[in-house]
Write a protein of this length. Structure first.
Length: 300
């Protein structure tokens, strides 16, 4: 992994890496809450490169090796539960980071793919800076409307439990978490999950950063009116077995974004299992073609 850094403004520095030919159309991957860019598996990125994209993945602010806002207010668990946390920033600020990364890399516009909170950031970027977004793929995400996409109560105790500080215990905790929220109808690779969890641990953990990201989601509220302004070709991908952001969140996103298409992945939960990659990549490529992407042009 060839990690690089880009100053995106506002004192934020993002860690990123790239795959593929710089001359190919850019595709930017945005990961979710408390999750580092390495959760976009290198093999998954390779599949997108094989389709003709230059792939960029990065750590959001407050995660991994990007800037951590350690001096900012960090909400308590109680503040998060009652949905009144102090918010150091909002999703629009994180979308601004994303736009700043594109600018810093000399990219005028890209195909944007976001998962979970990353989908929220991608949606916000498409709504507020449409000139930066060629096509939009929102995976296992929602609109911010509290009546849709809410988690099943039974997954909340493990989801809200603070991760252990010990490396082996953290990896065990991550495996337990994804047994609760991950795919149930598609084969999951627990060894691969543990490998990614170990890599995230080694790159650095920050429970406070995850709490600040969650506060940003809550503070950003219902984004449905903004989503109606999105003009980029959009596909919404959601697993039928998602217990963290339930499928109603994906359906609401499709209703909110003009012309959006819904792709259901049977048995997929709140994860990106290898067994679902072909369907996900095919949906990304088909949606990018609606924006004029073609493999022949990418190879020219």
């Amino acid at each position: 992994m060839d990690e690089q850094f880009c100053d995106v403004g506002g004192g934020i520095r993002l860690c990123y890496d790239t795959f593929g030919d710089p001359a190919d159309p850019p595709l930017l991957l945005i990961m979710g809450l408390g999750t580092q860019m390495v959760a976009w598996h290198g093999d998954f990125c390779g599949k997108l490169v094989d389709e003709g994209f230059r792939v960029i993945r990065f750590d959001n602010r407050d995660i991994g090796r990007s800037t951590h806002l350690d001096g900012a207010p960090t909400p308590t668990l109680r503040q998060l539960l009652v949905r009144r946390p102090p918010a150091a920033y909002r999703l629009e600020d994180m979308a601004g980071d994303t736009a700043g990364l594109l600018y810093g890399l000399g990219i005028s516009a890209a195909h944007i793919v976001g998962a979970s909170m990353g989908g929220m950031i991608a949606q916000t970027l498409a709504a507020t800076r449409p000139e930066r977004v060629l096509s939009l793929t929102s995976i296992m995400s929602t609109t911010g409307n509290r009546r849709v996409g809410q988690p099943a109560w039974r997954v909340m105790p493990i989801f809200l439990k603070q991760a252990p500080r010990d490396r082996d215990a953290f990896i065990d905790h991550t495996e337990l978490l994804f047994k609760a929220i991950g795919s149930s109808g598609i084969q999951r690779d627990d060894a691969e999950l543990r490998e990614v969890a170990g890599l995230m641990y080694d790159r650095g953990l920050d429970p406070g950063g995850t709490s600040r990201q969650l506060a940003a989601i809550i503070a950003s509220g219902n984004r449905t009116p903004a989503l109606r302004r999105i003009t980029a070709p959009t596909v919404v991908i959601h697993g039928t077995a998602d217990r963290l952001v339930r499928p109603s969140g994906g359906r609401a996103t499709v209703r909110a974004i003009p012309g959006a298409k819904l792709v259901k992945v049977d048995g997929m939960g709140h994860d990106l299992p290898r067994a679902a990659w072909d369907q996900i990549v095919a949906a990304i490529v088909e949606n990018a073609r609606r924006a004029g992407f073609s493999r022949s042009r990418a190879a020219a």
